[in-house]
Unconditional design. Sequence first.
Length: 260
Amino acid sequence: MSGIGSLKGAFRGRGLVYSWIQGVDEAFGPNCQFELSQPTQAEYTTKGGGKITVEFDPADKFPCTGVVTSNGEGYMIAPALKLDVGKGREIVLMLLSPVARPHNVSVEKNVLTIPDGEATVTVTTGNGEVRCLGTFSAQSKEAKIILNRNPRLPVYRAGFNETLSKLKGRGQMNAVWKPVGRSFEELVLVFDPSTICSLQANSLSFDNMPSLLSGTESKGTGNKEDYVIGDGIGVSYTIRLLFQRGLGRHSSDTTRVYVT
């Protein structure tokens, strides 16, 4: 990097960018925050002409994870370097890497049940995916199998849900879930953490991450779907059986899912 001058310090760790919507009507808009967890000092060298060399430690490298929802909310986790350039200014570098191998998955328990035998879902794993087979003997207003991704953000503490399957009435329900591992060219994202999600030129726009990683232009604001950047490190996963009886009454059962 050049044109920075001298650094006050450099730190490495696990970087987290998250975005949430706040306000209503005219005040409605995105908010973004960057956090560096488990920071340790990073080595760097300074050369003439204000050039600085700083490298990611190979031991810190892992595939990036995250979700961008249809309205531009979500999170992204990746190895990061934070450079203190003085006068309250910082520069962040995040290393976005694709998966190098298929994910492994396992579950905490293999059967989800609703009391009195109203519903039973068998949860199995194999070939890097989770399979759910449910039998619903009782009438339901609606039954769902829901995957939850929870990066433990200060906002949206309940995480982000994805409905894998749903059913009304009696019958059987099948669902298969496989952790997302996208293929893209490794890149380094460089930004000023104080201007992310702002209208300033060259600021990081979180809802443009799908276009950046896929290499395709955004289709606009209509009919967008949630975009999973990747699954893995920094996120807790659960699969939940939700059995709704109507009039606000429901029962549920949950198992943890481990993604490595």
